[in-house]
Write a protein that binds this ligand. Structure first.
Ligand code: PEP
Ligand code: MN
Length: 503
């Protein structure tokens, strides 16, 4: 999977750093970077970065699938302390895949937060169109021009989000001290709107920690009172609903393992009939949009009005770095059909801390209405889902690193994502058709060879092309386009057939 993860440099990166700096295309790089890039150069850089990280700048390795493919940094200007300058490089084979855009987006967020900058600038040599596009996509604006001179671009800190729901809190309520300390810390983060805490935990194997039950509800209510944040928990049975409401839980969610079972969903809908509690419905474990929609219909029929969807990823046969594969098109389809708000549970999608930021950004770009993020005052000691939980401080940093888009641009992105998916499918069909056509052409080549017929038969080709142009015109396709496509295909066929003749 191609997810860009920025990570801090470590002394163990020396060999990869040397390889990167010697392999990277230097056409547009500053000549500050030595060539050939030696072990001493790497020692200097890793030492410099270690000393200055978070002070004079933020410095990150750009990684995909755990491999370093580039470097991106923002360094504080020595003159204007609240301005920083961006620099990045990426191995050529990874250009044009959106990686640089993602890396720049992430580093700007990190720098605005960690260096407390107001403005970030970048220098680009003006023939470097690709880099200009990367910067423009990240909101940089060109502020001076020159034919051969540098183009300076700048981006300013974006406004904090207004209406995004951010639900944060531990996977499980474990103790009074844990939930209260977590809730109080979360209440200090302005974007956080709701406190989550699991009371009954659906565990894959028996004998694991299954939640504190009613005792946990007492602590959750205290945490809510002390922090001022409304609370939410998962319910799986009518008895859970009754208890949760008894202890003033403000919103309930239906877990992924419960939504797969229409009997359970119906019981819960019946238990909530006539109440006005907001209910969030997680997607079922299996990628089945109808099952998910069915759950909404059951609650709608029971008169529950405040409904939202939580996307937490799906159990899926493909191997991936995610704990639960996102299959973004499914929540997009659901919100398109039902028009309910969408909250993205990045913690259960990712299953680890590293992927949280890029995945949350992706969700925001696809116009999610909120995020659910598991937070724990001491994540490593968590009784459930330790690997994916982060501290409230880490959440704060992550939220300031995210680019929250306006609703409008978000829904544009979402529509685009859908259309792009369609284009991808069509392209893949085109490729398969092309491959099949090529196979037939090879068979014709063999036949021509056996029967001593010339490869190119000009009359036949001219007639075919004329026919295709005419058919294309009926379909609204430009004759020039049809000509160039079929000329290219014909040329490739001739080459294959000639090859057969010669061998
Ligand atoms: C949870 O939110 O902690 C949980 C168990 O999630 P899911 O139902 O998505 O697995
Ligand atoms: Mn969890």
């Amino acid at each position: 999977m191609n997810i860009v993860v920025l990570r801090k440099w470590s002394p163990n990166d020396k060999a990869e750093l040397i390889a990167l700096c010697n392999a990277v295309d230097r056409t547009y790089l500053s000549d500050r970077m030595p060539f050939p890039y030696t072990e001493e150069d790497a020692d200097w850089w890793l030492g410099m970065v270690g000393l200055n990280e978070g002070k004079k700048g933020v410095f990150r390795a750009i990684t995909v699938d755990g491999k370093i493919i580039g470097s991106v940094s923002i360094e504080r200007n020595s003159g204007y302390k609240n301005e920083g300058e961006l620099g990045y490089m990426l191995l050529t084979e990874h250009w044009s895949k959106g990686f640089a855009t993602d890396a720049v987006m992430q580093i700007c967020g990190i720098a605005f937060h960690e260096l407390n900058l107001d403005k970030i600038t970048a220098k680009v040599h003006d023939p470097n169109i690709a880099s200009i596009k990367v910067l423009e996509k990240n909101g940089f604006i060109i502020d001076s021009h020159g034919v051969t001179a540098d183009i300076k671009q700048a981006v300013k800190r974006s406004e904090p989000p207004a209406s995004t729901t951010i639900i944060a809190g531990p996977c499980s309520v474990e103790s009074e001290a844990q939930i209260i300390a977590t809730a109080k810390a979360l209440a200090q983060i302005p974007q956080v709107t709701m406190l989550r805490g699991g009371i009954w935990k659906p565990r894959t194997r028996p004998d694991a920690f299954e939640g504190r039950g009613e005792q946990g509800l007492v602590w959750l209510r205290e945490a809510k009172q002390e922090s001022g944040l409304p609370s939410a928990t998962e319910v799986a049975t009518p008895a859970h609903v009754e208890l949760a409401l008894k202890y003033d839980v403000d919103a309930l969610w239906i877990g992924a393992r419960t939504v797969v079972n229409p009997f359970s969903v119906q019981q819960l809908a019946d238990a909530l009939r006539g109440t006005d509690v907001p209910v969030f419905i997680k997607n079922p474990v299996s990628p089945d949009v109808k099952l998910w929609i069915g759950a909404f219909e059951r609650f709608q029929k029971a008169g529950v009005k405040q409904l939202a969807a939580i996307h937490r990823g799906f159990s899926y046969y493909k191997e991936s770095p995610y704990r639960n594969f996102p299959l973004w098109e499914i929540p997009i389809e659901l919100t398109r059909q039902l028009g309910v708000p969408l909250i993205t549970d990045v913690s259960h999608i990712c299953g680890n801390r590293e992927l949280l930021l890029p995945t949350a950004q992706k969700a925001l770009d696809l116009a999610t209405d909120g995020l659910m993020i598991e937070c724990h005052i001491r994540p490593d000691e968590a009784l459930t889902d330790a690997k994916q939980q982060i501290t409230p401080d880490e959440l704060k940093a992550m939220l300031s690193a995210l680019a929250f888009r306006s609703k409008h641009s978000g829904s544009v992105e979402r529509d685009l994502a859908e259309l792009r998916g369609e284009i991808d499918d069509i392209d893949s069909e085109l490729l398969q058709l092309l491959a099949r056509r090529m196979e037939v052409s090879v068979q014709i080549g063999e036949y021509k060879k056996q029967n001593n017929v010339a490869v190119v038969q000009m009359d036949r080709w001219k007639k075919i092309l004329a026919d295709h142009i005419e058919t294309g015109q009926d379909l609204g396709l430009d004759p020039e386009l049809v000509t160039s496509i079929f000329e290219a295909i014909h040329q490739a066929s001739i080459e294959r057939q000639s090859h057969i003749m010669e061998n």
